[in-house]
Structure formats: C-alpha cells, structure tokens
Design a protein around this ligand. Structure first.
Ligand code: SF4
Length: 393
C-alpha cells in the first residue's frame, strides 16, 4: 500500500520556481520515490503515423544536450528516484556518448537508487552493439525497442527504417550485453493486417527472450502524414485483435498489467507504473512534463522554444478533486486498480461512500471487483473501461 510515512522534503526546481514564483524555493512534500524522464526529440525520419514531437534535423542536438544538463543542474533535491527513462524520439540515434553523458549527469545530480530501473528507448536501425555497450556501462538495465510489426511490407508502409531481422539481432545483442529486460512495441489494426497475421506476429516475438510487450492500436492523428492521406482504421477489427491478443499473450506468460502493457512476472515497467499511480516524476527536455506535489510542470514544446526558455516552465496547480479524478482514470487502466486508501488519504476522496450505488451496480454486473482495499476492473470489462470510468467520476 502507498503510505504517507517518511515524509521527505523533496523537489525544489530552481527553474520551476523562477518561472512562476519569482525565485522562491518552494519546498515540496512528495513522499514516494520518483522517476526521471528525459525526452530526446530527434529521429532519423518521421514515421507516417507518428504524432510525437521529434525533428529530423540534428544540428541543434549539442545545444540541446547542454540545455538538458543545465535543466538537470537546476534541480536541488534529496528525493529518492528509482527509475530513469530516456525516451523520444529516438535515443539510439544520437551520437556515441550522448546518452551516457545524460545518464551520468542525472546520477550525479539526483538521488538515484542503486537498484533503479533505467530504461532507454531504441529503434532497431540505430541500436548498434556500440550503443548497447555504452548504455549498459551506465547501468541501463531495460531496453524498449520499437518494432511495430514483423511484416516487411507493413514496416515500409509505416515508414520504419528496419526489418524484422534487425530487430531480432538487437534482442540478441542486448541480451549478450547483459540487458535482459527487453520490451517490444507492437501495433495492431494496420491496414491490410488480419487478426491471424497479428497473432502470428505475437507468436514470433513471444518466442524471443522478451520480458515485456506493449500493444498500440493504429491511431490516425491530425497533423500526421497518415491523416493527410486519409488512412482509415477499423475500430471493430482492432477490438477483435486486442481481444484475441490478451489470452494469447497470457498463455505465453505475458500478463496484462495495464490496458496495453503485458509483462512476464516482475517485469512490469516500474517507470510507467508511476504515471498510472500518479506518483511523482520529473520530465526533462522539450515537450516533457513533470508531476509532483500535486502540481504539473510543462516544458516548452519545440526544441527552439526549449533552448531559449532557460528552463522556464508552465506550472499548474491541480486541485485535490482534479487529482482524484485523474488518479481514478489512470489507476483503473491497471490490473491493481484504484487503491481506495490512497485515494482517500491523498485526495480526500472516499469513493465507496461517494458512489455506492454505481459501485454496487458495477459489482453486480461483474464489471468491477473489490479486493484488499483495491477497486479494479474485472478481466472482461477492459473493453468498456471508459464508460465505467465515467460512472465513477
Ligand atoms: S521513430 Fe518513433 S518517435 Fe520517431 S517518428 Fe517514428 S514513431 Fe515517431
């Protein structure tokens, strides 16, 4: 259970304070181990479906590294952090030594636990043996590889720069380097992808030494090349594929611990669980956001804006009611569900007394389960998660 014990004065972001508090060092009282996220906003090329912020021009990357270090330096904290996550963009695509410098700097500045989970995202085309050796030497113990599919034609359609053989080589190289906690991202509901073909893809990756699989339905978001091309998705087919994938993966040892995330026992992403549990995290770099002490901090979106910002951020205080609603929405996505004691102690929200009729009705219809102080979705109710969330808000 998440407790309120061992209160520690934690985060004082000088940059954050400068942005809104005229230099006042606002002491924080967050209580749980935090996570550090770093955004690397560079990719070799843009995938047709991608709505993440990244640029293919690397000319600003050294200035960006300097700014990142400055942002890291601006934090004064004795808060314990037990995860670091280097995401993007494509962290494996920057020059040799770049990611090692960032991780080294974070370790010098933040109180990072000796057993911290340290994840780096990589794309197979740039995930070289040299890169793996570099990050392993910095204590990286988790690799998140973007595969998306094993079908060569679909990979080309998506705009990916690698084939399946390159992915399997990366998995083997990472294992040899000692990074055995490997995750693969996969997409489903791609044009011309059948449910059977998707299950064959899952079977192929399950045969590899992976610890974690993340599944994403193809979404066609405004502003992406796919959107401009008018590419459509079949929501019903995507639902069928997802429905087939859950038991398929479970039979192969990958248990669903969040709507789209499946892990072998003990290999759940400690970092991503922080987001769903509304635990504190510090986000560094362009477009990154942070959450601690019930406040959100949003860094400038673009690289140029980030470089000229001097670390100034947008700070938003979130009310307890808003935090409670956010926690309910996020925690219900997970296998563990809503920790009712935490909801009450942190956000003054006694859900069992606030929504007794709704909860009773959902329980009687087998949609939610109450167990050991947690309210969670039953196995078959993830399909209607959004409507259940609405009933509980
Ligand atoms: S590599 Fe990842 S972040 Fe970069 S464009 Fe493709 S999907 Fe987006």
């Amino acid at each position: 259970m998440i407790t309120n014990a061992n209160k520690t004065e934690i985060l004082t972001g000088e940059n954050n304070a400068a942005s809104t508090d005229a230099g006042k060092a606002a002491a924080a009282t967050e209580t749980r181990a935090g996570g550090v996220y770093v955004h690397i906003p560079y990719c070799k090329s843009k995938c047709g479906y991608c709505a993440f912020y990244s640029r293919t021009d690397y000319s600003s990357s050294e200035l960006y590294l300097t700014a990142l270090k400055k942002e890291i330096d601006s934090y004064k904290t004795d808060c314990p952090f037990d995860t670091i996550y280097i995401g993007g963009g494509t962290p494996s695509s920057v020059r040799p030594g770049y990611i090692a410098e960032i991780i080294g700097h974070i370790k010098r500045r933040f109180n990072i636990a000796a057993d911290a989970e340290i994840t780096v995202e990589a794309n197979p085309d740039t995930c070289s043996r040299g890169f793996l050796a570099e990050i392993a030497a910095q204590g990286v113990n988790r690799l998140s590889l973007g595969l998306q599919t094993d079908d060569g034609a679909l990979l080309r359609f998506l705009g990916r720069r690698h084939d399946y053989a390159r992915f399997t080589a990366c998995v083997a190289d990472a294992s040899q380097t000692g990074i055995t906690n490997i995750s693969a991202d996969l997409m489903y509901g791609l044009p011309a992808q059948s449910a059977d073909a998707f299950l064959r893809t899952l079977a192929a990756v399950c045969a590899l030494p992976l610890a974690h699989i993340s599944l994403y339905p193809l979404k066609v978001e405004e502003g992406t090349p796919f959107y401009e091309s008018g590419i459509a998705v079949d929501g019903d087919l995507q639902a069928d594929m997802y429905g087939a994938a859950v038991p398929f993966l479970r039979e192969r040892g990958f248990d669903r611990y969040e709507v789209g995330n499946f892990a072998k026992t003990g290999r759940e992403s400690r970092h991503n669980l922080k987001y769903w549990r509304l635990a504190p995290y510090v986000g560094l770099g362009a477009a990154a956001h942070s959450y601690f002490n019930g406040e959100r901090y949003q860094n400038p979106d673009g690289i140029s804006e980030y470089l000229v910002s001097g670390g100034r951020v947008q700070k938003t205080k979130i009310s307890k009611t808003e935090s409670a609603e956010e926690y309910i929405m996020l925690a219900l996505r997970t296998k563990e569900g809503i920790n009712l004691d935490f909801l009450k102690s942190e956000f003054d929200c006694d859900l069992m007394n606030k929504k007794p009729a709704e909860i009773k009705s959902l329980q009687s219809r087998g949609m939610v389960e109450y167990d050991s102080g947690n309210l969670r979705l039953s196995d078959g109710a993830f399909y209607v998660m959004n409507s259940i969330i609405l009933k509980l808000l």
